[in-house]
Design a protein around this ligand. Structure first.
Ligand code: SF4
Ligand code: SF4
Ligand code: FES
Length: 247
């Protein structure tokens, strides 16, 4: 079967979609098609990939307008009677063709306060904790840093508020630290101010695109929002904090 792919070709100064028609075989994923196009028709096509197994988070792009891992998107799941549209992630600066500069994400991560465990519970230097407390944060550690959630989030994608909002990926990271049963650090003021959690209006688009099925909105963002609201907006708690801080 012959399928047409329209792939964005260009760099930060401009570009356009180019059409490539190839013969596809059963079982191919989008990344296979891109490699075939690279081999047969466009040797200079830029694409980032590494594991081809959905685990390195490198091959993120937009397939028919939806943020996806190209190596995990089967051609058989796409409508192939019309051209398949491939373009780079919109939320980050374009380097070339399908490759974007995602380094902003790494600088955001560096600014988040690190894990700070309480002193060991036992003389042998070990800790005690409840299994359900550690189960709660376990799913957050599945993140492969593909940044598809960052790409789909309208705060970064449409409004480009990279200076004011850390995005769903890093709200998951903060939630993993804040909810960890051993962690003693306090990141709530940080997540409210520099993190810009108030910009999230719980549209859940981030949860929809996550290839690791992390329940980003319900399990990470909403509990963090509740903690921020309790700390900064609950008048009763505010009064008691004032009382104890001044006596
Ligand atoms: S739920 Fe919040 S973080 Fe996720 S996409 Fe929507 S606005 Fe962005
Ligand atoms: S939370 Fe999911 S979508 Fe976001 S970076 Fe991690 S794995 Fe990717
Ligand atoms: S190549 Fe590693 S996630 Fe796709």
């Amino acid at each position: 079967m012959t399928v047409t792919f329209q792939i964005w070709r260009g760099n930060a100064s401009g570009g356009k979609f180019e059409s490539y028609a190839i013969e596809i075989a059963e079982g191919m994923v989008v990344l296979d098609a891109v490699h075939q196009i690279q081999a047969e028709q466009a040797n200079d096509l830029a694409v980032r990939w590494n594991c081809k197994a959905g685990k390195c988070g490198s091959c993120s792009a937009e397939v028919n307008g939806i943020p996806k891992l190209m190596c995990m998107t089967r051609l058989s799941d796409l409508p192939l009677h019309k051209p398949v549209l491939l373009q780079p992630m919109k939320a980050f600066p374009l380097i070339r063709d399908l490759v974007t500069d995602v380094s902003w994400n790494f600088s955001v991560k560096k600014k988040i306060k690190k894990f700070k465990p309480r002193p060991p519970d036992a003389k042998d230097g070990t800790w005690r904790m409840f299994q359900q407390d550690i189960d709660r944060v376990q799913e957050f550690h599945k993140c492969i840093e593909c940044f598809l959630c960052q790409d789909v989030c309208h705060v970064l994608r449409e409004h480009q508020l990279h200076d004011a909002f850390i995005g769903p990926r890093f709200l998951v990271h903060v939630a993993a630290l804040e909810m960890h049963p051993l962690d003693m650090e306090d990141r709530l003021e940080e997540v409210k101010k520099a993190g810009g959690i108030g910009y999230c209006n719980i549209t859940k688009c981030c949860t929809t695109v996550c290839p690791e099925d992390i329940t980003i909105t319900d399990n990470a963002i909403i509990p963090l929002k509740e903690r921020v609201a309790d700390r900064f907006y609950d008048p009763v708690k505010k009064f008691f904090r004032f009382l104890f801080a001044n006596h």
